[in-house]
Design a protein around this ligand. Structure first.
Ligand code: CS2
Ligand code: MG
Length: 402
């Protein structure tokens, strides 16, 4: 089998998506997600200008060699753009392999290690009351694990709280929105939020929270310690992870489990965190960390240190990534949990798929390959529009992490 063609599809059913389609001489094609929220065209150009010419004529079964060729051959290694482009190729090749062998991808990753994949959803509210309502609604939908974010008294807006209940899409068309941030107000607001959650919903429901890179290690240590009575499943991105050593300090002060890594693009971003057991869950995703070939290696390394997977799964990862994440989550032994932010109906129509949700769990389906398609005719109706993630400034104007 040979790769005869490959091209990038950019569509925007409510938000931008970049999809790579690789076509073979046997009529089988594969899809890979290359969406990098707010920097979509960078990945599209990297694929079109620098990667696709090197793919034509290759054997699509050579997932390892093509991965190494694109990683080492680029010379300029790693980074979100490069690794999202490599991921798009990698997942499309696994899709082709599964279709050619007439088997779902999870069978090529070790086969089923569980019947289905536990997922967590997002619940949020502008205040504790609204957050309680949204958690109750999602509990009703059967979710056993719910991430809870709420507004911060005194701040007009904050990460994780949508303008309308039930839908959160942080990327906005036009130039970046500037939010205002005040750490102390945030730190004061989180423990009461989870005290109320536990008082209302009891101990059984898994509760998660995303600090979204906005704390220093000692602030994260304080928050983790104050949340211990509420037994969270994890606090996520407690502090920016460029300084992996910063997690040692958090670890010394709290037993609240720590998750990090949605912005990671290779094992090297997590190497110290994992081998020192400074974290409990690694959130690197198929689309931003080099695809299934690299993510499987990362998961296997993490397994040696009792670190589980907790892959990112926001709406800015397309249904192609959601499907790949579910095949991965069904197979890897040290699976922890999978994030699930349901896409919009218009997105689901552009990417018809086999995966399904039921009672707090998901399954990728048993169709050969990924079990996702791309309706290119429908996709053409949704023109790309540049969009950006917000930026954050402290009250004195200092730029900080959003
Ligand atoms: C968040 C994401 O889902 C999460 O945990 O951190 O919503 C993140 O902000 C977006 O994916 C950024 O594009
Ligand atoms: Mg996050």
């Amino acid at each position: 089998m040979k790769i005869t063609d490959a091209y990038v599809n950019i569509t925007s059913p409510g938000r931008n998506f970049v999809t790579l389609k690789i076509v073979t001489d046997e009529g089988i094609y594969g899809l890979g997600d290359g969406t990098l929220n707010g920097r979509e065209l960078a990945v599209a150009a990297y694929l079109t200008e620098h990667v696709i010419p090197c793919l034509i004529g290759r054997d699509p079964f050579q997932t390892e060699d093509i991965w190494q060729y694109l990683y080492r051959g680029a010379y300029w290694r790693r980074g979100p753009v490069t690794m999202s482009a490599i991921a798009a190729v990698d997942v499309a090749l696994w899709d082709i392999k599964g279709k050619a062998l007439q088997t779902p991808i999870y069978n090529l990753l070790g086969g089923r290690s569980r019947e289905s994949v536990m997922v967590y959803c997002h619940a949020f509210g502008k205040d504790v009351g609204a957050a309680l309502e949204d958690v109750a609604k999602h509990k009703e939908m059967g979710y056993r694990a719910i991430r809870v974010q709420s507004g911060v008294p005194g701040l007009k807006s904050t990460y994780g709280v949508g303008k309308v209940a039930g839908h959160y899409e942080p990327a906005e068309r036009g130039l970046p929105t500037e939010y205002e941030w005040e750490t102390e107000a945030y730190l004061r607001s989180v423990p009461p939020l989870f005290s109320k959650m536990r008082e209302t919903f009891g101990e059984e429901l898994h509760l998660l929270h995303d600090c979204h890179h906005r704390l220093t290690p000692i602030e994260a240590a304080r928050l983790g310690k104050e949340l211990e009575p509420f037994h969270l499943f994890w606090i996520e991105d407690p502090t920016p992870a460029e300084l992996q050593e910063g997690f040692r300090l958090i670890r010394q002060h709290t037993t609240t489990p720590l998750a990090v890594g949605e912005v990671f693009n290779s094992l090297w971003d997590a190497h110290e965190l994992i081998r020192n057991q400074w974290i409990d869950y690694v959130r690197a995703t198929v689309v931003h960390a080099g695809g299934l070939t690299h993510l499987k290696k990362l998961a296997d390394f993490a397994a040696l240190y009792h670190v589980k997977t907790g892959c990112h799964g926001a709406t800015d990862l397309s249904p192609v990534s959601m499907a790949a994440a579910l095949h991965f989550g069904l197979a890897v032994h040290n699976f922890g949990i999978q994030e699930h932010m349901p896409h919009s109906e218009e997105t689901d129509a552009v990417f018809p798929h086999q995966y399904s949700y039921q009672d707090g769990y998901m399954h990728p389906g048993d169709k050969p390959g990924l079990g996702v398609d791309l309706d290119e005719k429908l996709a053409a109706h949704y023109e790309y529009q540049r969009a950006y993630l917000p930026v954050n400034r402290k009250q004195d104007g200092t730029l900080t992490d959003w």
